[in-house]
Design a protein around this ligand. Structure first.
Ligand code: ADP
Ligand code: MG
Length: 259
């Protein structure tokens, strides 16, 4: 049965998209059937796996607003075991268009339900907001990964996000779990980076992934080649750390290697 993991933090630039793309690619490299869902109108996950958002005619928007079937929108990527449901700038309007729909919070859940079991993992890249599309993502998800940047104000907004997750757990998705807090853009040379790691680990303890994602130029430049870091430089620290994260998640979930 497919596990749906949303990558969420309403703060921008914390490494959501980088984490969604590279985690999805790493799970695929481990031969788990993986679907990457781009739920951000900026469509960075879409371009990050090699598609030009301008060429996208059907996206997650049509699934949520026009009830188009997800199976008609899934695009196989050029990476084995990895498919994509792309995004498009139109998704910006979805929040307003859905506002009066009945069950507006469960549109993504309904869209993914028929295809969920075709995959081992479905990774949703959320937008930097706690608006209706992110609420849809968190309602559809089994768990959430919260990337936290090893920078000033790392914990800013985290309380609000955790509160939103609590509200969703109580009203829309009782089973939503926190998969883990992921420390990103860690720079071993910076005292501040080390302080943030210590502070987050002290505060959140077992909720924090053991894997810490380093600041690594291969991670920041690979989107310009339209590939995950694994395909840009498989030996880079960035690529290896996301592979480690994928292994940590697989192990934690007790999911066996697919047949
Ligand atoms: P978000 O989706 O949360 O807005 P992104 O994943 O787009 O964040 O990351 C913001 C910026 O930081 C992007 O330019 C990205 O390439 C860069 N970046 C993210 N993670 C790393 C990292 N570990 N090392 C170096 N650059 C990174
Ligand atoms: Mg993003």
């Amino acid at each position: 049965m497919g596990k749906i993991i949303a990558v969420a933090n309403q703060k921008g630039g914390v490494g959501k998209t980088t984490s969604a793309i590279n985690l999805a690619a790493s799970l695929a490299a481990l031969e788990y059937k993986t679907l990457l869902v781009d739920a951000d109108p900026q469509a960075n996950a879409t371009s990050g796996v090699g598609f030009d958002p301008k060429d996208i005619s059907k996206s997650i928007y049509e699934c949520m607003v026009d009830n188009v079937k997800a199976e008609n929108i899934i695009m196989p990527s050029n990476i084995d075991f990895l498919d994509l449901i792309p995004s498009h700038i139109d998704l910006v309007g979805a929040e307003v268009e859905m506002i009066n729909l009945p069950d507006r919070e469960v549109k993504m859940k309904e869209a993914l339900a028929p295809i969920k079991d075709r995959y081992d993992f479905i990774i949703i890249d959320c937008s930097p907001s706690l608006g209706l599309i992110t609420v849809n993502s968190l309602t559809a998800a089994n768990s959430v990964i919260i990337p936290v940047q090893c920078e000033y104000f790392a914990l800013e907004g985290l309380g609000k996000l955790l509160n939103t997750i609590k509200i969703i757990q109580s009203r829309l998705n009782q089973d939503l779990e926190i998969e883990g807090i992921l420390l990103t853009m860690y720079d071993v040379r910076l005292r501040l980076s080390n302080q943030v790691v210590e502070e987050v680990q002290l505060h959140f303890q077992q909720m924090v992934f053991e894997t810490i994602i380093p600041r690594n130029v291969k991670l920041s430049e690979s989107p310009s080649f339209g590939v995950p870091a694994l395909l840009h430089d498989a030996d880079s620290k960035g690529a290896i750390s996301y592979l480690n994260l994928a292994r940590e998640i697989v192990e934690k979930n007790g999911i066996l290697q697919p047949q």
